[in-house]
Design a protein around this ligand. Structure first.
Ligand SMILES: Nc1ncnc2c1ncn2[C@@H]1O[C@H](COP(=O)(O)OP(=O)(O)OP(=O)(O)O)[C@@H](O)[C@H]1O
Length: 600
C-alpha cells in the first residue's frame, strides 16, 4: 500500500487510518467470534432434546435447556445489534477522518485523471466505502473464517457429513467464481455507462436554457438515453447471470440439506449416529454454507467497495500533506515569477506547455494589464499567480516567499481573485461577499461592496444583501454576478487583486465604475493584475504584458506597449500593432513586440 520512502504526510494519514481499521477489525472480530459460538446453541439444543430429553422423558431438563437456549439466543441478538451499531460508528469515523481531505481532493477532480472521468468523484467513493462498512456485507466477511470451524464440528459428528458438506462448499465456490466471471466485465461497463449518463444529465441540466432555445432537447435526450440504454443492457445481462447463479446456489444448498438429512438417517439406521445428530448436523452444515451463500449475494457490493477504496487510496495518497506552515508577515504585494512553465494536467508526452518559462516581477502597488489573443494562457497565468493552480516548474513568489510556503488561509485573506467564470456560492449575497465567513463584520461587507461599486446595485434588489443565490434563490444577471464577484475579491482589503476579464458583462456605466474601482485600488497601493481585452482598462495600468502562445511577447509601460493613446476605440476588434516597440523593463530581457491584438 504505502512504502518506506513515502512522504511523511502520506504515512501519517495512512497510520491514522490503519489504527482505525486495526481496532475495528479486532473489535468486530471478537463480536463475530462470540456470535458464531452462539450460533451453535440451536444445534446443541436439538442434540440434547432428541438424545437426552426424549429418551428420559424429563420435562425438567427440557425447561432448563430451553431457558439456557433462550438466554443464549437473546445474548446473540444483543451482540448482533452491537456489531451493527459498531460498524456504523466505524463508517462514521472513516467519514470524519477522511471527509475533509476527500472534499479537497474532489475540488481538484479535473486533475484526477481517467479514473475519475465520467461523473465519479472521491467523495462518492468515500460514500460507497462507508455504505459498505455500514452494510451486512462486512458481517459476511467476518463470518466467513468460521465456516471451517463448523466443518470441523461436522467431522467430529461424522466424516461422511463433513465430506458431503465440503463437496457442497466446493460447488458453491465454483458457482461464486463462475458468477464473477459472468457478471464482472458487464458490471464494470454498466457502472461506467451509468456514470457517463449522470454526468451528461448534470451538464445538460446546467445548460437547459441553451438546449431549449436551440431546439436541442430531443438530441440531448438521445445522447443521455444512449448511455442509459447501454448501462441498462449491460446491467440486464449481469443481473440475469446473477439471478441464474443465485437460483442455482439456492437449489444446491437445499439439495445439500436434503443429502445431509438423508445421509444422517442412513447413518442412524447403520447405528453410527443418534437421531439428534441428524438435526444438529443439518443445522451445522447450513451454518458452514451460509457465509459462502451470503458472499454470493454481497459479491457485487464488496467488489464495488474495493474498487472505490483503491481509487480513493490512490487519490488521497497524492494529496499534499496538511503541514503547519509558519505564519509569514502580511504581504506587501510584490510578485515575482521565476522560470514558471505549465503543462496541462494529463497532457500527452510531446504536448506544448501552456506557459513557457515565464520570468517577470511586479512591484507592490503596481497595476499591470495582461493582454493577448484567446488561448494565450492569460487565465492560466492568473490562476498560477493566486495559487489556484501549481506551476509544473518554477516558482511564483509573493514578497519573496514561494506560494507553496505560504499558509493558504493566511495568504488567501490578502488575495482578491475574480475568475473569468464568476462562480457564486449557494447562500445570500452578504455571505458571498464575505467569502462564506460566518463571523463577517457587516461594515466590512458593505465596504467591500462599495469599493467594487456594487453597494447600490445590491440595495436595489428586493432582499438587498440577504438576497439568496442558487437553486432555491434568485438568478442574477451576468453583470450583477460580476459586480458581486468583484465585491468578494475586495472583501478584507486584499493586498493583491487578480481580475480575469472583470468587464465581460459590464455595460458602459459598469465599465466606468470598474475603471474607478481600479483607480481606487491603485491609489490604495493594492497590487492589481487585470486580464482584459479593453484598451481603456489596459491603458489605465502602469504596465502592460502581452502574452501570446504561452510566451511574453512584450512587457513594459502601458504608454509604450499600447501604440495609440485612444486604443480603447478598437476594443474587441483588434488594435493595430506598434511595430518594433522596444520594451524596457528591469524584469525581462528587452523584447521587440511584433504586434499586439486585443481579442481573438
Ligand atoms: N486544464 C487544462 N487542460 C488542458 N488544456 C488547458 C487547460 N487549461 C487551459 N488549457 C489550454 O491552455 C490554453 C490557454 O488557456 P487560457 O484559458 O489560459 O487562455 P486565455 O489566454 O485566458 O484565453 P481567453 O482570452 O480566451 O480566456 C488554451 O488552449 C486552453 O485550452
Amino acid at each position: 500500500m504505502f512504502r518506506e520512502n513515502d512522504p511523511p504526510g502520506k504515512r501519517a494519514r495512512q497510520s491514522r487510518l490503519r489504527s482505525v481499521f486495526k481496532r475495528a477489525i479486532a473489535d468486530v472480530g471478537v463480536f463475530s467470534l462470540l456470535i458464531n459460538i452462539l450460533l451453535l446453541v440451536v444445534p446443541l439444543y436439538l442434540l440434547q432434546v432428541y438424545d437426552r430429553v426424549l429418551p428420559s422423558s424429563s420435562a425438567e431438563t427440557l425447561v432448563y435447556l430451553s431457558a439456557i437456549a433462550v438466554l443464549a439466543l437473546a445474548f446473540l441478538g444483543f451482540l448482533d445489534a452491537i456489531r451493527a451499531v459498531y460498524t456504523q460508528r466505524v463508517a462514521a469515523t472513516v467519514d470524519e477522518k477522511l471527509g475533509a481531505t476527500t472534499f479537497a481532493a474532489s475540488l481538484g477532480a479535473a486533475a484526477l485523471g481517467a479514473q475519475y472521468a465520467g461523473g465519479l468523484s472521491p467523495l462518492r467513493d468515500l460514500a460507497s466505502v462507508c455504505a459498505f462498512i455500514r452494510s451486512r456485507g462486512v458481517a459476511v466477511l467476518f463470518d466467513l473464517p468460521f465456516a471451517p470451524v463448523f466443518l470441523a464440528l461436522l467431522y467430529l459428528i461424522h466424516p461422511v457429513l463433513f465430506w458431503l458438506t465440503l463437496a457442497g462448499m466446493a460447488l458453491l465456490v465454483l458457482l461464486v467464481v463462475a458468477n464473477q466471471l459472468a457478471i464482472g466485465r458487464n458490471d464494470a461497463l454498466s457502472a461506467e455507462r451509468s456514470a457517463l449518463a449522470s454526468h451528461a444529465e448534470r451538464v445538460f441540466a446546467r445548460n437547459a436554457e441553451t438546449l431549449r432555445a436551440m431546439g436541442m432537447v430531443e438530441s440531448a435526450a438521445r445522447v443521455w438515453g444512449r448511455h442509459v440504454a447501454d448501462a441498462l443492457v449491460l446491467h440486464d445481462r449481469s443481473a440475469s447471470a446473477n439471478a441464474i447463479f443465485s437460483g442455482a446456489s439456492r437449489a444446491l444448498r437445499m439439495m445439500l440439506q436434503l443429502a445431509i438429512l438423508g445421509a444422517g438417517a442412513w447413518l442412524v439406521i447403520e447405528g453410527q449416529m443418534t437421531a439428534g445428530m441428524i438435526f444438529a448436523s443439518s443445522l451445522v452444515s447450513s451454518r458452514a454454507l451460509q457465509p459462502l451463500d451470503q458472499l454470493i449475494g454481497a459479491w457485487r457490493q464488496i467488489v464495488d467497495a474495493r474498487r472505490a477504496w483503491q481509487r480513493l487510496e490512490k487519490v488521497l495518497a497524492a494529496q499534499p500533506a496538511q503541514q503547519r506552515k509558519l505564519a509569514l508577515p502580511d504581504p506587501s504585494g510584490a510578485i515575482s515569477v521565476q522560470d514558471v512553465f505549465f503543462m496541462a494536467p494529463n497532457a500527452q508526452p510531446g504536448t506544448e506547455p501552456i506557459l513557457k518559462r515565464l520570468n517577470f516581477q511586479i512591484g507592490a502597488g503596481e497595476a499591470v494589464a495582461i493582454v493577448g489573443p484567446s488561448g494565450a494562457g492569460k487565465s492560466t497565468l492568473a490562476r498560477l499567480l493566486v495559487g489556484a493552480t501549481q506551476p509544473t516548474g518554477g516558482a511564483v513568489r509573493i514578497d519573496g516567499a514561494d506560494l507553496r510556503s505560504w499558509d493558504e488561509n493566511q495568504l488567501g485573506i490578502h488575495i482578491g481573485y475574480l475568475a473569468q467564470d464568476v462562480g457564486l456560492f449557494p447562500g445570500s449575497i452578504a455571505e458571498n461577499v464575505a467569502r462564506l465567513d460566518a463571523q463577517a463584520d457587516d461594515a466590512a461587507i458593505i465596504e467591500a461592496a462599495r469599493r467594487a461599486e456594487a453597494h447600490e446595485l445590491i440595495l436595489a434588489l428586493r432582499d438587498g444583501y440577504q438576497t439568496r443565490i442558487g437553486p432555491s434563490g434568485r438568478t442574477l444577471s451576468g453583470g450583477e454576478r460580476q459586480r458581486i464577484g468583484l465585491a468578494r475579491a475586495f472583501y478584507g482589503n486584499p493586498r493583491i487583486l487578480v481580475l480575469d476579464e472583470p468587464n465581460t458583462h459590464l455595460d458602459g456605466s459598469g465599465e466606468a465604475a470598474l475603471e474607478a474601482v481600479l483607480a481606487a485600488a491603485r491609489a490604495a497601493g493594492v497590487t492589481t493584475i487585470v486580464i482584459t481585452h479593453r484598451p481603456s482598462i489596459a491603458a489605465a495600468c502602469d504596465r502592460v504584458m502581452l502574452l501570446r502562445g504561452g510566451v511574453i511577447e512584450a512587457f513594459g509601460p502601458s504608454s509604450e506597449v499600447l501604440r495609440q493613446p485612444s486604443a480603447d476605440k478598437g476594443a474587441g476588434k483588434g488594435v493595430p500593432a506598434q511595430q518594433g516597440t522596444v520594451v524596457t523593463g528591469s524584469f525581462a530581457p528587452t523584447i521587440r513586440a511584433p504586434g499586439i491584438r486585443f481579442g481573438s
